[in-house]
Design a protein. Sequence first.
Length: 108
Amino acid sequence: MAMDLAAGHSAETGKGWKSALDCCMSVTVNVVVPEGALSVLRTDLPGFAEEMKRAAVAKWYEMGMVSQSKGSEILGLSRSEFLDVLSRYRVSPFQSDEEEFGEGRVRG
């Protein structure tokens, strides 16, 4: 089963519509998953796609690949709502790396 993770890009015209942020074009990503995967989260296709997107961005934040600001932007959420997403996935909102711990500095 293929699903679109980011709606907003028209395959017909090749042009993306403006998001709520009015700053970014969106692209569509197709992901193939077994049909039974939807039942895991007990949701419909759009809900499953949104859940996958939130999980991916939370993981990217955890890995230091995106900031809170960029994560919020990707998901179209306020920073406060993004912090709720991080909490749901048990990801600390505080990022630091081992080098900073060794130096006694921690970013907030």
